[in-house]
Design a binder for this molecule. Structure first.
Ligand SMILES: [Zn+2]
Length: 580
């Protein structure tokens, strides 16, 4: 059985013609008859189709309306052929067919014109919604990509903090060419490897936060690049912000300046796009509807902290944390870099020594800083690779500093020791425990020949005061008058593992770069727990490596190594340092 429509071909054609004559569509073409795509029914299977324009806001939608054979038992089918000006078609349209209703409406088949009219009404509502939602969501989400097309690749460095307030920022020019924009000169310098701005002139610019979603009409990113388009978004800003904008504009000299727009996006960070104004006439395009100006869209290459840090898993909340690293050797070097990359805001590097070529293969700096002082060389290397972190270097011994510049040392959240020198570390441990307000200390050290590495955190502040457990607890004499031993050690303590290949007294502990990295990683993770205030007690953690190289060198491992690197209760009840 084949379906037979109740409406004749001429009745169907007449319905579609009325779309034009009754003004539902503009510029209608002639109604055409096409064979049904679904069934081959010959003459009886011809469907009628018409094309026409529907104007919604600033856009003209070219639609094709088709009456399927089943009409009026089903709805007309509407396809979107073209939009002027062109827009990115958001997900609301599937393969150009406009899904204007998903409801299985009850249709009054005795009123086919009524069905057609109502359907076109729903199409209009749908397009309005599409433009609006596309504006607040899809277009906003894609604003930066869209701006990239408008700016034709014109991109500058941007270290502007994308906040919610209008602010004066600084634009940097190389000669006449716009080069960068930042909160201020110091912020821009902090974002650069060399930490300084070379031969760039500065001019005042403006950061302008806009919320297109707060303005009723449909948002279209291209409008921001038009003089008349910007003004209405500015008009919708709170009054105080408008006043701030006027103040900022007054301070911008000349008739050419840069505005960085921070577009508020629902549930996302702001998108930053730039506009360079020139030839400004009849007022300012941000304040006056009639103003004229040449507007050049500029894309932003973002290098602001709030944008960069979270992308690398770094925590903005660690910006105000201060860590002192005593010992800038292999482990200290990697720990410092890791903490900088984790977003720690300030590092103080303390070491009295020079970099030597011998450590090329196991230091974060490689040979790059050979013959430089370790703290200043490492500082330069960190600044070269990680923006915004502030690094202070001190060519000094930590045992001196805790006596001579005690308050400076005390001004850190954590003192991390990678000295590899138990005597000095026990001294530091005792100092830390000397007063409740002294910072937490983290000791990290390596075993020889890849046997493992350790980290011990002590004197971490908590509501009940620091928990017992310290470096002193770890050391004891196995027999009276015997040597002091580290109870966490993996290498038996009766042998010296340092080597002196040159015979000149320049001894070193044999370990490889990966051993240093692994030990540093363990220490850095523990440090971050403390800095995020998530550390509990006085943990000692160890990693256990491969014993073969160590044993083939004729050495012996300890029972602790044999048992595994798991936690062991190192805390001594009668410890003279930590058991109060
Ligand atoms: Zn103790």
């Amino acid at each position: 059985m084949t379906f037979t429509a109740n409406l004749s071909m001429s009745e169907r054609s007449s319905l579609l013609e009325q779309l034009g004559t009754r003004g539902l569509l503009e510029g209608c073409a002639q109604v055409i008859r096409l064979p049904s795509l679904e069934r081959d029914l010959g003459e009886r299977g011809l469907e009628v189709t018409v094309s026409g324009d529907m104007r919604v806001g600033a856009h003209l939608f070219r639609l094709q309306v088709r009456l399927p054979l089943e009409f009026p038992l089903c709805l007309p089918v509407v396809h979107l052929m073209e939009v002027t000006p062109p827009i990115v078609i958001p997900h609301l349209v599937e393969e150009r067919r406009i899904c204007f209703t998903s409801d299985a409406n009850l249709l009054d088949q005795k009123d086919p014109w009524g069905i057609l009219q109502e359907s076109l009404g729903m199409v209009r509502e749908h397009l309005v919604r599409m433009l609006k939602e596309a504006s607040s969501q899809d277009f906003l989400r894609e604003a930066v990509a869209y701006w990239g097309k408008l700016s034709k690749g014109e991109t500058i460095d941007c270290a502007v903090t994308a906040g919610g307030k209008v602010s004066q920022v600084t634009a940097f020019y190389a000669g006449a060419r716009l080069y960068a924009v930042a909160d201020d000169a110091s912020t821009y310098a902090q974002s650069l490897p060399e930490r300084r701005i070379r031969e760039l002139s500065q001019r005042k610019a403006i950061y302008l936060p806009l919320d297109p979603g707060a303005v009723e009409f449909a948002f279209w990113p291209g409008e921001l690049a038009k003089a008349g388009g910007l003004w209405k978004y500015v008009r919708a800003m709170p009054e105080g912000e408008c006043r701030a904008l006027v103040g900022c504009l007054e301070r911008c000299a000349g008739d050419e300046h840069l505005v960085v727009i921070g577009l508020h996006r629902p549930d996302e960070e702001r998108a930053l796009v730039g506009i360079q104004f020139s030839n400004i006439r009849r007022g300012h395009p941000l304040l006056d509807q009639q103003a004229e100006a040449r507007i050049t869209p500029i894309s932003m290459r973002r290098r602001d902290l709030a944008f960069l840090a979270p992308r690398g898993g770094a925590g903005i909340q660690l910006r105000d944390r201060r860590v002192l690293i005593a010992g800038c050797g292999a482990v200290g070097g990697y720990v410092a870099l890791a903490l900088a990359r984790a977003g720690v805001g300030h590092l103080s590097l303390v070491d009295p020594d020079l970099f030597s070529l011998e450590n090329t293969y196991r230091h974060a700096c490689g040979m790059a800083r050979c013959s430089e002082w370790k703290p200043s060389g490492l500082k330069a290397e960190i600044e070269r690779t990680v923006p915004y972190v502030s690094v202070e270097s001190k060519r000094a011994r930590i045992e001196r500093l805790i006596r001579e510049q005690e308050s400076w040392v005390q001004g850190h959240d954590l003192v991390l020791s990678a000295l590899g020198h138990p005597t000095l570390e026990l001294d530091l441990n005792e100092w830390t425990w000397g007063m409740p307000e002294r910072p937490a200390a983290l000791f990290t050290w390596l075993e020889p020949l890849g046997l493992g590495g350790h980290a011990l955190l002590t004197h971490a502040r908590s509501a009940e005061g620091p928990a017992p457990g310290c470096l002193e607890c770890l050391y004891r004499r196995t027999f009276e008058g015997g040597p002091i031993e580290n109870r966490a050690a993996f290498a038996a303590s009766d042998v010296s593992y340092t080597r002196d290949t040159l015979g000149c007294g320049n001894r070193y502990l044999p370990f490889a770069d990966l051993d240093a990295q692994r030990t540093a990683e363990q220490a850095a993770r523990m440090a971050l727990l403390l800095l995020r205030r998530e550390a509990a007690g006085a943990p000692l953690v160890s990693w256990r490596g491969d014993r073969r190289a160590f044993e083939s060198a004729g050495h012996r491992v300890t029972p602790r190594f044999e048992k595994g690197a798991g936690e062991f209760d190192y805390i001594r009840a009668g410890c003279p340092v930590c058991s109060g």
